[in-house]
Structure formats: structure tokens, C-alpha cells
Ligand binder design. Structure first.
Ligand SMILES: Nc1ncnc2c1ncn2[C@@H]1O[C@H](COP(=O)(O)OP(=O)(O)OP(=O)(O)O)[C@@H](O)[C@H]1O
Length: 257
């Protein structure tokens, strides 16, 4: 399923959070959104999972304006991992993951055996199966993040929207998650701060600065020292990864006085 943001603008309380954003992900592509804090990455993603309605412009899934879909229909196609996924509810990990099936169920319908298998598979995939009977409230930040990723996977979406999915994850789980996404065949829109992980995982990157898209394209074309200086105010040397050739950034720390 392909996704396209066309001229998406979000204004709240007279302030423009994103302006005229055009961004596309072809079916099965991973497209990363990078940019400084407050540049509008989460705002753009919120428009895709319908937590926000654009003030102008639209989001299309395979050519259908998502504003014409019910929220339940949208949730059958799009699953999201948000930054504000903390919960006060004392649910077990299995219960939280099973909630991902909600858009596919009618009323209080129970999960089928196949759906239970799907939940087990997602928990194994995200390495939380051993935690299935634990309260979500007792988990570490990284464990909890992996539970919410499992919940998004059991939704069986065609598009995954991930806001900082590697937050809290140790390096093994970061690599496993991004490797899984690359194999999954899902269309993925991901906001990510780590430019090296973004370059390794994403087919294309969109760079946001102050609510505007300032560059878009393959990581090798986008992640230049000049762009990193202009957008992030940081000096970096860009080298090709010795095995894969993807650009990797080495940051020049300021010398001690
Ligand atoms: N509901 C709101 N009302 C007013 N301003 C908002 C609202 N939501 C977000 N903003 C502002 O819009 C800007 C963009 O926020 P957004 O969360 O999209 O940035 P981001 O690029 O995801 O940042 P970060 O990297 O810090 O997560 C920020 O300046 C933020 O303070």
C-alpha cells in the first residue's frame, strides 16, 4: 500500500506546525523523517494515524483520501507506535498486545485461536514472549516499547507509522527491529533521531526543519555534511559504510578550550 502526503499543513492556535508537506512512500518502502526537535515530525505522523486532521492538504492511501475512511477502516490499514504510549492501566503484556486486534473485532468478540497465535508470534518477534503474564506497569522502558511494537504488528497493518521506535531500545533490539522492518514488506513511515540508523534502514529520507521539508531522497543524496550543518548545526564527516556503502556520520565534537 503506498502513502502520500500532499500539501499537508497543520495550524494550531494560529501557529503553523507543518507547512505544505509533500512526502511519498511506495508500497514496501521505508521512509524516514529526520529533523531537529520540534521540526514537525510527530505532527506529520499524527496526520497519517488520524490523531490530527490537516488544516490543508490530504493524506492518501493507495490513492484514497484517508479523510473518507472511518477511524476503524483507517486502523485496519495503518498501525502506529506513538511517543505518548504510556499507560496507567494494569494490563498484562498479553492483554495489551491483544488490544491491537480491536479494529478487526466486532463488539466484545473474543480472539480466535489464529489471533492468539498471531499475538504469540508478534511477542516472539519483539522478544517479549517471556514477559506475557507480567503487568505492563512493571516493565522497563525498552521492554514496554517492544510490547507496543508487538501490539502494532498484530493489527496486521499495511502501513506502519513509528514515532521514535528505537527510543529506549538497546543496540541489539534496535538492530533487530530495523532489520525486521526491512524484511516485513510493510510500508513504513518512521521518525527517527539517529541519522546513522536512519541511513541504514530507510530507502528514502525526508528532512524537516521548522515545519518545512528541506530535503528528500535517498540517504546518500540527502545526508551531506552541508545539510547536517544547515539543519542540525553540527559538523559531521560522512563516510560510506565499509560493507553496505550507506552513508554514516562521524560527528566532530568541539575541542576542549
Ligand atoms: N497541540 C499543540 N499546540 C501547540 N503547539 C504544538 C502542539 N503540538 C505540537 N506543537 C509544537 O509544534 C512543533 C512541532 O512538534 P512535533 O512534536 O511535531 O516535533 P518533532 O519534530 O516530532 O519533535 P521531537 O524531535 O522533539 O519529537 C513543536 O514546536 C511543538 O511544540
Amino acid at each position: 500500500m503506498d502513502i502520500s502526503l500532499t500539501g499537508v499543513t497543520v495550524e494550531i492556535a494560529g501557529k503553523s506546525l507543518i507547512r505544505e508537506l509533500h512526502l511519498e512512500a511506495d508500497a514496501g518502502q521505508i521512509v524516514g523523517l529526520v529533523g531537529p526537535n520540534g521540526s514537525g515530525k510527530s505532527t506529520a505522523l499524527r496526520c497519517v494515524y488520524r490523531a490530527l486532521t490537516p488544516s490543508a492538504g490530504a493524506v492518501f492511501l493507495d490513492g484514497t483520501d484517508i479523510a473518507t475512511l472511518t477511524l476503524r477502516e483507517n486502523a485496519k490499514y495503518v498501525a502506529a507506535l506513538t511517543q505518548d504510549n504510556h499507560t496507567d492501566l494494569d494490563f498484562t503484556v498479553s492483554e495489551v498486545v491483544a488490544l491491537g486486534r480491536t479494529p478487526h473485532l466486532r463488539g466484545n468478540e473474543a480472539l480466535s485461536a489464529k489471533e492468539h497465535d498471531l499475538c504469540r508470534e508478534a511477542m516472539a518477534q519483539t522478544d517479549v514472549l517471556h514477559l506475557k503474564d507480567r503487568s505492563i506497569l512493571t516493565l522497563s522502558g525498552g521492554e514496554r516499547q517492544r510490547v507496543f511494537i508487538a501490539r502494532a504488528l498484530v493489527q496486521e497493518p499495511r502501513v506502519l507509522v513509528l514515532d521514535e521506535p528505537t527510543n529506549h531500545l538497546d543496540v541489539r533490539h534496535q538492530v533487530e527491529l530495523l532489520s525486521f522492518l526491512r524484511k516485513s514488506g510493510l510500508t513504513v513511515l518512521v521518525a527517527i533521531h539517529d541519522l546513522n540508523l536512519a541511513a541504514a534502514a530507510c530507502d528514502r529520507l525526508g528532512v524537516l526543519a521548522q515545519g518545512e521539508l528541506v530535503a528528500a531522497g535517498a540517504p546518500i543524496d540527502v545526508l551531506t555534511p552541508a545539510l547536517v550543518r544547515q539543519v542540525f548545526g553540527v559538523e559531521a564527516t560522512v563516510v560510506p559504510h565499509p560493507k553496505t556503502g550507506v552513508p554514516q556520520l562521524l560527528y566532530d565534537l568541539k575541542e576542549r578550550a
